[in-house]
Ligand binder design. Structure first.
Ligand SMILES: Cc1ncc(COP(=O)(O)O)c(C=O)c1O
Length: 447
C-alpha cells in the first residue's frame, strides 16, 4: 500500500518534471533553447532520475545508482578537513590541477604506464571523469565526427558526444552465447565488426575497461586488436578506466596506452570518486600525451576553470598513502566479498547473471521475472523497454532497486539490454545481506 502511495507521488513528481521540460520545449516564454539539446537523449528523463531514491519507497534498498553507502576512508576525509582549514586550498587551483595532486598521480600511475609522467603536460585534473571526457570531446570533435562506443555504453557518453557535434557509432559487445552461468569475459567484441564501423569521419574510439555495466575487463588480446585499428586509421582512443582499482579473481587490468605506439593516441581517464568512495567530490583526471592534454586543458579551463581545490588535496593524500596502507588490495577483497553476497542470492533463486570480473555491477537476467501488465507503473517507465517495468516492479514489490540495462543501448538495440537489470554492489555488507534476503521474494514472481 505504502509502495503504491509512494509510486503515485513519484508519478506526480515525474509529471511536473515533464511539464517543465515540455514548456521549455515549446518555447512558451518565447525563448528557444539550443538545438543541441534535441540530440543524445538530453531532454529525456534519464534513468537515474526515474530510479532515484526520491521516487522510490523510503525503505527500498538502493542497488541502482553506482554510489557507495559508506564514507571514504577516514585518512582521506581527514586530509579534506585539513585542506579546508588552509587558505590557498580554498581558492582557485591551476586549471591543470593542484601540483600536489598532479605529483601524486605521477607517482601512483607512472610505474603502471612505465613512464616518467610530466606533471605539466601529461596530466590534467578534471571535475570528475565525466567533465574530463566532455572536455576531450570539446577539444577534438568537429560537427559530424564519428565516435565509436561499445554497446552497452556508460550513458553519459551519448549526450557528451552529441553536444559537441559528434555522431555516436555503436559496436556491440556481444552477450554470452550460452544461457546459464557466464562471466563478463564471455561478452565479446568482433574486431571485423569494429573495422566495418570505421569510416573516414571516425575520430575516436571509447574503450571502457573495467566496464560499466557489464563488468568486463578487456583482455590484452582484445585491446591489441582495438589498438591495431586505432593505429591503422589514425584514431584517438579514450580509455575510460575509472574502475581500474576494481578487478577480481586475479584478472589483469591492461592499459591500452601501454601497448606499443599507443601512448601518443590514448587519453586515459581516472576518477577519485571510484578510487576513494567519494563520487560527490567530482575529482577525476586525464593522463595522456601533450598533443591530447594541451587542447583538452584549453577546453576544461573554459568549462570549469579549475576543479574544487580542497578535495583535490584530499585525493592527493589518498593516492600518496594508498600503497603503504595496502588500500587498493583491501578494497578489492571487500568488493569481492560484496559481489559474492549478491551472486549467492541470485544462485539461490536459480537466476542467471554475468559474473563481473571488474567494476561493481552485476547484470541479472530478468527474462524469468514476471509481473502483471496492469501494475500501476508510472508513465516514465511506460513505453520503455520491458526492463524499465521489471526494475520498477522489483523495487516496489521486493524493495530492492536496480537499473534497467536498455538505457545503456541506443533505441534500435534496446531489446538486447532489456533482458537485464544492473545491480550495484558498492554498498556495505549488511545492506547487501538485507537486499539478498529480500530478493528471495522474487521466487514468487518467476515463470
Ligand atoms: C564508466 C564510467 N565512466 C565515467 C564515470 C563518471 O565518473 P565521475 O563520477 O568521476 O565523473 C562513471 C560513473 O559512474 C562510469 O561508470
Amino acid at each position: 500500500m505504502l509502495a503504491r502511495l509512494v509510486g503515485r507521488q513519484a508519478l506526480a513528481s515525474n509529471y511536473y518534471l515533464r511539464r517543465s521540460v515540455m514548456s521549455a520545449a515549446n518555447g512558451s516564454q518565447g525563448i528557444t533553447f539550443s538545438s543541441r539539446l534535441k540530440e543524445g537523449r538530453a531532454l529525456a528523463e534519464d534513468v537515474w532520475s526515474i530510479y532515484n531514491v526520491a521516487n522510490l519507497p523510503a525503505d527500498c534498498i538502493n542497488l541502482g545508482q553506482g554510489y557507495m553507502n559508506f564514507p571514504p576512508p577516514k585518512w582521506v576525509t581527514e586530509a579534506a578537513n585539513t585542506a579546508l582549514q588552509g587558505v590557498a586550498e580554498n581558492h582557485y587551483s591551476h586549471p591543470k590541477g593542484r601540483m600536489r595532486l598532479r605529483q601524486a598521480i605521477k607517482a601512483h600511475y607512472g610505474p603502471q604506464f612505465n613512464r616518467d609522467l610530466d606533471v605539466e603536460t601529461e596530466i590534467l585534473v578534471t571535475s570528475g571523469a565525466n567533465e574530463g571526457q566532455y572536455s576531450v570531446f570539446v577539444a577534438f570533435l568537429e560537427t559530424g565526427d564519428e565516435v565509436i562506443m561499445f554497446e552497452p555504453f556508460f550513458d553519459q557518453y551519448l549526450p557528451s558526444v552529441t553536444f559537441n557535434g559528434g555522431k555516436p557509432v555503436y559496436v556491440p559487445l556481444h552477450p554470452p552465447k550460452t544461457e546459464g552461468k557466464n562471466t563478463s569475459n564471455e561478452w565479446t567484441i568482433d574486431l571485423e565488426e569494429l573495422k566495418r564501423a570505421i569510416t573516414p569521419r571516425t575520430k575516436m574510439i571509447i574503450v571502457n575497461t573495467p566496464h560499466n555495466p557489464v563488468g568486463k575487463v578487456f583482455t590484452r588480446e582484445e585491446l591489441e586488436g582495438i589498438a591495431a585499428l586505432a593505429k591503422e586509421f589514425n584514431l584517438i582512443v579514450m580509455s575510460d578506466e575509472v574502475y581500474d582499482c576494481l578487478t577480481f579473481d586475479g584478472k589483469e587490468h591492461v592499459r591500452i596506452a601501454t601497448l606499443p605506439r599507443m601512448w601518443e593516441r590514448t587519453v586515459t581517464v581516472g576518477s577519485a570518486g571510484k578510487a576513494f568512495c567519494a563520487t560527490g567530490w567530482r575529482v577525476g583526471w586525464l593522463i595522456g600525451p601533450p598533443t591530447i592534454i594541451r587542447p583538452t586543458l584549453a577546453a576544461t579551463t573554459r568549462i570549469v576553470f579549475c576543479t574544487n581545490s580542497p578535495l583535490q588535496e584530499a585525493a592527493a593524500a589518498g593516492l600518496e598513502q594508498a600503497e603503504q596502507r595496502g588500500y587498493f588490495a583491501k578494497q578489492r577483497e571487500e568488493y569481492a566479498e560484496r559481489r559474492k553476497i549478491l551472486t549467492d542470492a541470485f544462485d539461490k533463486l536459480g537466476l542467471t547473471y554475468t559474473l563481473p570480473e571488474g567494476s561493481y555491477f552485476i547484470l541479472l537476467d530478468i527474462k524469468k521475472v514476471k509481473f502483471p501488465d496492469d501494475y500501476p507503473f508510472p508513465p516514465s517507465v511506460m513505453g520503455r523497454g520491458r526492463d524499465f517495468r521489471a526494475c520498477w516492479f522489483i523495487a516496489l514489490e521486493v524493495g530492492v532497486s536496480s537499473i534497467p540495462v536498455s538505457e545503456f543501448y541506443c533505441e534500435e538495440h534496446a531489446n538486447i539490454g532489456e533482458v537485464y537489470a544492473r545491480f550495484a554492489f558498492c554498498k556495505d555488507t549488511e545492506t547487501l545481506k538485507k537486499a539478498a534476503e529480500r530478493l528471495q521474494k522474487l521466487k514468487g514472481y518467476l515463470q
